[in-house]
Structures are given as structure tokens and as C-alpha cells.
Design a protein. Structure first.
Length: 89
């Protein structure tokens, strides 16, 4: 895990962090990437917060409905191919 120290916050960042103190926040980027922001006090508390978060449970429910599955073997093959390409470059 990488640690980033935030010295100045925009109003948006400040309000997002305020919400994250109460419950996990799901962040959607314009390019489609998704991130979860939660207060990192300790792992057990984080697990409890996610377990008790209705919005996070709904998110997991929606994600589980996705019919597209990628076999682990295919992912391993793609990683091996990328490693071969990057090592030969």
C-alpha cells in the first residue's frame, strides 16, 4: 500500500473525507474506474463498516449479477504475455 500525505484539501475532497468517516464511499472516475474510500482505523472496524453499509452491500449485489466471468487461467495467460512483451522491450 502506498501512503500519500494530503496537505491541502479542496472543498470536494473535504466533504468526501467527511462522508468516509461515517461510511465507505464508492468513487466513480470519468473513465469508468471505481475506488472505495474508507477510514483506515483498523482492519476489523473496516470490515464491520463495510458489512453494515447498505450502500456497499447493494453495490456488491449489483456486481454479483454480472454474467461476464473471466477464468483465472485466462488472466494468468494475459499476465504472462504482458510480462514477455515488457521483458523483451
Amino acid at each position: 500500500m502506498k501512503t500519500i500525505y494530503i496537505e491541502q484539501q479542496t472543498t470536494l475532497e473535504s466533504s468526501v473525507f467527511d462522508v468516509a468517516q461515517q461510511e465507505p464511499v464508492l468513487l466513480f472516475m470519468p473513465d469508468g474506474r471505481e475506488f472505495i474510500l474508507t477510514q483506515a482505523d483498523n482492519f476489523e472496524a473496516e470490515v464491520d463498516a463495510l458489512r453494515n453499509s447498505l450502500s456497499f452491500q447493494n453495490f456488491l449485489e449489483e456486481r454479483s449479477k454480472c454474467q461476464v466471468r473471466i477464468p483465472i487461467e485466462e488472466i494468468e495467460r494475459e499476465i504472462d504475455e504482458e510480462l514477455k512483451i515488457s521483458s523483451s522491450a
